[in-house]
Ligand binder design. Structure first.
Ligand SMILES: NC(=O)c1ccc[n+]([C@@H]2O[C@H](COP(=O)([O-])OP(=O)(O)OC[C@H]3O[C@@H](n4cnc5c(N)ncnc54)[C@H](O)[C@@H]3O)[C@@H](O)[C@H]2O)c1
Ligand SMILES: [Zn+2]
Ligand SMILES: [Zn+2]
Length: 370
């Protein structure tokens, strides 16, 4: 047994609280990891405000990277000293979904909201109470015991701050453009929301050769940064983007729209559907508010124009293959990662970090574990 400092949330809409937790030793196929960095993703806030079903208290954080300190019995994927990215979805490698090329849909992903490890128990403890971590990780903890299935080994020369972002925001956005939308050279792409995820959809679309990568985001700083990541045009509103896309495509409209906003709403679905043309696609990445519907539409154009609307987890990436691949692309200059990190925070400033996320001040804020 060891101890760790971690940011937890005790119930829906409660503030984040930094506490000392006991941490059990890693069991079979588990590893003890010392987290170096954790990104702050909107999905942590969606857990905190009750948009996802969760078991509280819950250790926050699902976008982290660190170094393996101890391994339990039977661990084969990683060894002590390895640098690892924590994939926010575990990959067992052998279930039906893993073995048919859908690693992001691994059956072990079912514990995302309870934080149970694959054997159905917790390793974090507070007195007599057991706690799970978001996505069975809990990267807002200085140390965590996680399944080896959540670990993806990366080269030790990769800086751990950018490595952390490979656990969620980067592959989610990149894959939404490259895999889920299937952007091709010359395509017209519109991205709604250019934060930690959307900025990477911009990069994916631009690097796939899209001729127009249009971003809609109400925050000027996000629009400015979108240009750094490859946006060709940016707009504060859907209406402004729609007028431009309609005019520039001679009425054919966009090939793809990607929804990476803070809170997905039915209004945004309808905006995205209205901006795509024949055989166009709308890819839904963003999370909506609990109790609301995000899809209320007449399907005439969907059918008549052979359009597609597609929900996406982890950008349809396969974490075991795509995390090392994105790390390699970063080293070769094929994707920008350093530019995604706007601000760094100590764990004690976690509530400030979330306030800044909500206020639109960061592309990504990261927690630096001491
Ligand atoms: N499906 C997945 O696998 C997956 C993974 C990670 C995150 N997510 C979800 O993706 C969404 C984005 O996450 P993030 O961490 O990038 O958040 P973020 O806050 O960094 O980015 C969201 C952006 O949307 C912008 N925005 C808000 N309302 C808008 C509107 N009406 N039109 C256009 N832009 C708008 C904000 O200004 C912000 O820049 C969240 O809902 C999150 O839960 C899904
Ligand atoms: Zn995330
Ligand atoms: Zn699996």
């Amino acid at each position: 047994m060891t101890t760790t400092r971690a940011a937890i949330v005790r119930g829906v809409k409660e503030p984040w609280e930094v506490v000392h937790l006991d941490l059990e030793e890693p069991k079979e196929r588990e590893v003890l990891i010392r987290l170096a960095y954790s990104g702050l993703c909107q999905s942590d806030r969606h857990f905190q405000v009750g948009d996802f079903p969760a078991t509280f208290p819950l250790v926050g954080g699902h976008e982290g990277a660190g170094i393996v300190e101890k391994v339990g019995s039977g661990v084969t994927r990683v060894a002590v000293g390895d640098h690892v990215v924590c994939s926010f979805l575990p990959v067992c490698g052998v279930c039906h979904w893993c073995s048919t090329g859908h690693q992001a849909l691994c059956d072990l992903g079912l514990n995302a909201g309870t934080g149970h490890l694959p054997d159905g128990t917790f390793r974090f403890h507070h007195g007599s109470e057991g706690l799970g971590g978001v996505c069975a990780l809990g990267t807002f903890s200085e140390r965590a015991v996680i399944s080896e299935y959540s670990c993806v080994k990366v080269d030790s020369s990769l800086p751990l701050d950018v490595a952390a972002l490979l656990g969620c925001g980067v592959p989610t956005g990149w894959g939404a453009a490259v895999y889920a939308s299937g952007v091709r050279a010359g395509d017209v792409v519109v991205i709604y929301g250019s934060g930690g995820v959307g900025s990477n959809a911009v990069q994916g679309a631009a690097r796939s050769g899209a001729s127009i990568v249009a971003v809609v985001d109400p925050v000027p700083f996000k629009r400015e940064m979108a240009e750094t990541f490859g946006a060709t045009h940016t707009f504060a509103t859907h209406d402004a983007a729609y007028s431009f896309i309609k005019q520039t495509t001679w009425g054919r409209l966009a090939n793809h729209a990607i929804i990476t906003v803070t809170d997905h709403t039915a209004e945004i679905t309808n905006q995205a559907m209205s901006i795509i043309g024949k055989v166009g696609s709308v890819v839904v990445v963003a999370t909506g508010r609990h109790g609301e519907n995000q899809l209320e539409m007449n399907t005439q154009s969907l059918k008549g124009f052979q359009q597609r609307i597609q929900g996406v987890m982890f950008g349809n990436c396969n974490p075991l293959a795509d995390i090392p691949r994105l790390a390699d692309q970063y080293k070769r200059g094929g994707i920008l990662l350093d530019e995604l990190i706007t601000r760094r925070y100590g764990l004690d400033n976690i509530n400030q970090a979330f306030d800044d996320l909500v206020d639109g001040k960061n592309i990504r804020g990261v927690i630096e574990h001491s």
